[in-house]
Design a protein around this ligand. Structure first.
Ligand SMILES: Nc1ncnc2c1ncn2[C@@H]1O[C@H](COP(=O)(O)OP(=O)(O)OP(=O)(O)O)[C@@H](O)[C@H]1O
Ligand SMILES: [Mg+2]
Length: 299
């Protein structure tokens, strides 16, 4: 693959996933597996897992490992040209991109990562065509839904490991549990003063459990926690999105807890009513509680 549609480098380190990566690696290493789909809800970590595994498989696929982000496209007809462009093939106008791709990949041992396929599932036959024409090509797909291709293997990416809220382990063990570790890492990145302590650990564990171990939701919650560093923020904290239907349609967290959203807001946010113990004086919740009662003689 020239240049091998380079693997993007994530901005923050991966937490855990050793077991899942080993399973996916073993599947891809098997000569009978030509197409493997990592599936699961939005934000569960399909792309991150695919990137980790792809980065480790250079020796298994000596001719190249290529990455194609399909998230930006919504028209299945654009898939062949998008893959070709990502692999560095020049658009020659009159040449069919599938033909260009099959002649480029030929009999090479390539791994092609097709990321975020769910919105262009109608393009699944393109993958079948490439696999049929290129005998040593293997395709790793990430998609919230499987492609229903002949021979397709699917791996359901699980959420991050969670602590047992009824029996929390000692702090150092708790901090190693994937979901808690991700929260602590991201909260610390957003606010260097944050550290997992015996005081905040039960709340952090509860938040992670409430978010079902979904990495994207945990990241958002952790970043948000940095905006509310006061200790009294933690005890009553609860998470949810307040997205409008339009925003909800594009909500990629898959949290399933979207509620009404205030007009003009541009980012998902925990419901203010559930932040009542920490509502800042300038927030609507805070100002509502400070509004003066109308005087008796008025109106
Ligand atoms: N194990 C992990 N360690 C650290 N961060 C993670 C991990 N898994 C996922 N993330 C982060 O969570 C967010 C969502 O992950 P990712 O994009 O891989 O999810 P996805 O399942 O591909 O979602 P989508 O269906 O929307 O494409 C990203 O910011 C990613 O960096
Ligand atoms: Mg993804």
């Amino acid at each position: 693959m020239a240049p091998p549609g380079r693997l993007p480098v994530p901005l923050a380190p991966l937490v855990g996933r050793e077991r899942e990566a080993a399973i996916v690696r073993a599947l891809l290493d098997h000569p009978d597996v030509r197409v493997l789909t990592l599936t699961g809800p939005g934000g569960v970590g399909k792309t991150r897992l695919a990137l980790r595994v792809a980065a480790e498989l250079g020796e298994v696929f000596p001719d190249g490992v290529g990455f194609v982000s399909l998230a930006p496209i919504a028209d299945p007809a654009l898939v062949p040209a998008t893959i070709a462009r990502a692999l560095g093939l020049r658009d020659s106008g009159d040449r069919d991109p599938v033909a260009a791709l099959t002649s480029h990949l030929g009999a090479g041992a390539y791994l092609l990562v097709l990321d975020n396929f769910e919105q262009i599932l109608a393009a699944a036959p393109v993958v079948a065509d490439l696999l049929a024409a290129c005998p040593r090509l293997t395709v790793l797909v990430t998609s919230r839904e499987i492609l229903h291709l002949y021979g397709e293997q699917a791996y359901l990416v699980p959420p991050l490991a969670l602590p047992d809220l009824n029996r929390l382990p000692p702090l150092d063990e708790l901090g190693q549990i994937e979901a808690v570790r991700l929260f602590a890492d991201r909260a610390h990145a957003a606010n260097a003063a944050f550290a997992l302590t015996a005081t905040n650990a039960p709340a952090v564990a509860a938040i992670c459990a409430r978010l079902d171990g979904l990495p994207l939701a945990i990241e958002l919650a952790a970043a948000r926690s940095a905006m509310f560093p006061r200790r009294r923020y933690w005890p009553g904290w609860s998470i949810g999105c307040r997205c409008s239907p339009a925003v909800r349609a594009t909500c990629r967290s898959g949290c399933g807890r979207c509620g009404p959203r205030s007009p003009g807001a541009t980012t998902c946010s925990p419901p203010r009513s559930r932040l009542s113990s920490a509502a800042s004086p300038s927030s609507p919740a805070g100002s509502r509680s400070r509004r003066r009662k109308p005087s008796a003689g008025h109106g």
